[in-house]
Design a protein around this ligand. Structure first.
Ligand code: NAD
Length: 258
């Protein structure tokens, strides 16, 4: 049990709601931030007094500054989880959709990250976990705006880590794979699409929001005290499977084998 504060953005739904719940179980008091007031209030109501909901838009610097100032103490943990998906081919993608993805996913991570880091640094340290995606590690069909914004989070994590680790703030990133929660619910709702997606995962299943929350809480813990600037794919191995279905003649495949 930590008895410290954690800030979780995008805590009203999906993965963020589960991170908030599991952080409370671990002993954190959670500041749950989201633009979706009803959702974040419902999450907090379920968790009782250990979770305090606030309506915070991660793209709005003033909204972020006010929420950070309202925290009773410097948080020990920030999870920059809020995110949106915007899909479509780059040739026809509306610039507004591109901007929305970059603004929420990348700029939001930057704005909340630096505002919270300033308080952590004053207090002597903390841990930040940014939420990317395997789409930030590999291109995917019609996902150009999302992939670019998520790849930006991977590099922003590295930069935050080199700037803030000397002041005691470790910064890491998680790249979730095919998760059975949140924004992927609509994708997984089609049984045939779901079966095909599961079949491409070396571990043979979709990930859960708990898989992601476990990784977040590990990176926040003392067990990760020498880890900073890293991106960990929590994806059942799918991001390492680019060559998995590449054929090779049997004669060549058996070279070196008795
Ligand atoms: N579900 C997946 O398969 C998956 C896979 C890889 C990465 N991710 C990432 O995990 C994170 C959580 O995704 P999810 O699946 O739970 O999605 P979700 O849509 O269920 O939840 C995202 C939350 O972010 C909030 N949000 C959106 N814009 C915001 C803003 N401007 N300010 C504050 N809050 C805002 C939404 O209201 C929502 O509650 C995202 O960053 C997403 O990109 C999800």
């Amino acid at each position: 049990m930590t008895n410290e504060w954690a800030v979780v953005t995008g805590a009203g739904n999906g993965i963020g709601a589960v991170i908030a719940r599991n952080a409370v179980k671990e002993g954190y008091r959670v500041a749950a931030w989201d633009v979706d007031a009803a959702a974040v209030e419902a999450v907090a109501a379920d968790l009782g007094g250990a979770c305090v909901p606030s309506v915070v838009d991660v793209t709005d610097e003033e909204s972020v500054a006010a929420a950070v100032a309202a925290l009773p103490v410097a948080p020990a943990l920030l999870v920059n989880n809020a995110g949106i998906a915007r899909f479509g081919p780059l040739l026809t993608l509306a610039a507004a959709e591109w901007r929305a993805a970059v603004e929420v996913n990348l700029t939001g991570t930057f704005l909340v990250g630096r505002a919270v880091a300033a308080r952590m640094i004053e207090a002597g340290g903390g841990a930040i976990v940014n939420m990317a995606s395997i789409n930030g590690l590999a291109a995917a069909p019609n996902a150009g705006a999302y992939t670019a914004s998520k790849a930006g989070i991977v590099m922003l994590t590295e930069h935050m880590a080199i700037e803030w680790s000397p002041s005691g703030v470790r910064v890491n990133c998680i790249a979730p794979g095919l998760i059975n929660a949140g924004m992927s619910d609509a994708v997984n709702a089609d049984p045939e699409v779901r079966r095909l997606r599961e079949s491409r995962v070396p571990q043979g299943r979709l990930g859960t929001a708990d898989d992601i929350a476990d990784a977040v809480l590990f990176l926040a813990s003392a067990k990760a005290s020498y880890i900073s600037g890293q991106t960990i794919a929590v994806d059942g191995g799918i991001s390492k499977g680019a060559l998995a279905s590449l054929p090779r003649p049997k004669s060549v495949d058996s070279v070196g084998v008795e």
